[in-house]
Design a protein around this ligand. Structure first.
Ligand code: PLP
Length: 365
């Protein structure tokens, strides 16, 4: 993962997120143990708070963020369904791929990398799509796509959003924005190891899948019998107990800090980092007004690279000399853009200062 802190969590002098690390070492209960089920219920309640929703079906899918994406599409798409997808980076492309594999007739609404997708173009792309899908925080470019204005009011059209890199880092207002299906990942702004994909589904969307499972493992109707427990909790697949302990603890830390405070911490760090980079003469990649604070994309000043170093060697030097991991560019901007994550517990002023000082030193060597 792209991070300003190389050590994401664990024992040791800085010991970020001790609560999460401690949760991972807790004795493992059975997945139908009443004590574990109570903890799962509390985890889902915490997820509702993070997603700002009252959706009863809110739970962590077993699997990383991509499993959340897959669950979001395979349960709702029938072969031939028109599905509009906003594409301005890697993860919008991945949505197209997943939707097409589920049989959707994909209608792409593209924007250049580094720029947001036009919400009106998404709405106008088809008169009655089954789904409008968009990535809220495009991790491959550092761009925020607007969701607040995407509610079409079209009966039968579901709004599906990828919140993998946005949840916990910037406002996500699932209910207020009329989002029907949203999924996230644990390893970004929630600061929990990778392995779960928090998912929330509106009652309106759930109605649409009652009789039509598109997958066995990710069948939301079957999983709901375990997660929501109406008429007893039925085994579907073995819940990843330790990961759910960790998510429960990570969400506890986040909600103790306060969701708004957490957004504010990410905003302040992201803005300080972006201003500091510009002061050092770097040029930011993502369009102004749509820059994510938790993921900063910046052009590599190739002409200023230290003698004998290409951009990959410069990133390696940051990792080896200062313990800072910076991500390379993807797709059309590979080798041209760096992606700097400042998210979860790593969104701290000290990490911003360390990175800026390291860049100053490296680029003057
Ligand atoms: N969507 C976005 C916006 C992401 O950034 C990522 C991963 O970085 C994914 C989906 C896929 O998540 P994962 O790699 O956890 O499967």
């Amino acid at each position: 993962m792209v991070q300003t802190d190389r050590i994401l969590m664990g024992p040791g002098p800085s010991n970020p997120y001790p609560e999460v690390f401690e949760a991972l070492t807790r004795p493992v209960l059975g997945h139908l143990d009443p004590e574990f089920l109570a903890l799962l219920d509390e985890t889902n309640e915490r997820l509702r708070a993070a997603f700002r929703t009252s959706n009863p079906l809110t739970f962590p899918v077993s699997g990383t963020g991509s499993a959340g994406m897959e669950a979001a599409f395979v349960n709702f798409v029938e072969p031939g369904d028109p599905v509009v997808v906003g594409v301005n980076g890697v993860f919008g492309e991945r949505m197209c791929d997943v939707a097409a594999r589920a049989g959707a007739k994909v209608i792409r609404v593209e924007a250049p990398w580094g720029r947001p997708v036009d919400p009106q173009a998404l709405i106008d792309a088809h008169p009655s799509p089954k789904i409008i899908a968009v990535v809220h925080a495009e991790t491959s470019t550092g761009v925020r796509n607007d969701l607040a204005c995407l509610h079409t009011g079209k009966e039968g059209t579901l709004l599906l959003v990828d919140c993998v890199t946005s949840l916990g880092g910037i406002p996500v207002e699932t209910d207020a924005w009329c989002v029907d299906i949203a999924y996230s990942g644990t390893q970004k702004c929630l600061g929990v190891p990778p392995g779960l994909a928090p998912l929330t589904v509106s009652p309106r969307a759930l109605e649409q899948i009652k009789a039509r499972p598109g997958s066995w493992y990710l069948d939301l109707n079957m999983i709901a019998r375990y997660v929501m427990g109406e008429g007893g909790r039925a085994y579907h697949h073995t819940a990843p107990i330790s990961m759910i302990y960790a998510l429960h603890a990570g969400l506890g830390v986040l909600l103790d800090e306060g969701l708004e405070s957490c957004w504010e911490r990410h905003r302040a760090c992201g803005e300080a980092l972006q201003a500091g980079l510009e002061d050092l003469g770097f040029e930011l990649f993502a369009e102004k007004g749509h820059r994510l604070p938790q993921l900063t994309s910046v052009y590599v000043p190739t002409e200023r690279l230290p003698a004998g170093m290409d951009e990959a060697a410069a990133r390696r030097a940051l990792l080896e000399r200062y313990g800072i991991e910076v991500g390379g560019g993807l797709g059309p901007v590979a080798g041209k853009v760096w992606r700097i994550g400042c998210m979860g517990h790593t969104a701290r002023p000290r990490n911003v200062m360390l990175l800026l000082a390291a860049l100053e030193e490296l680029f003057s060597s």
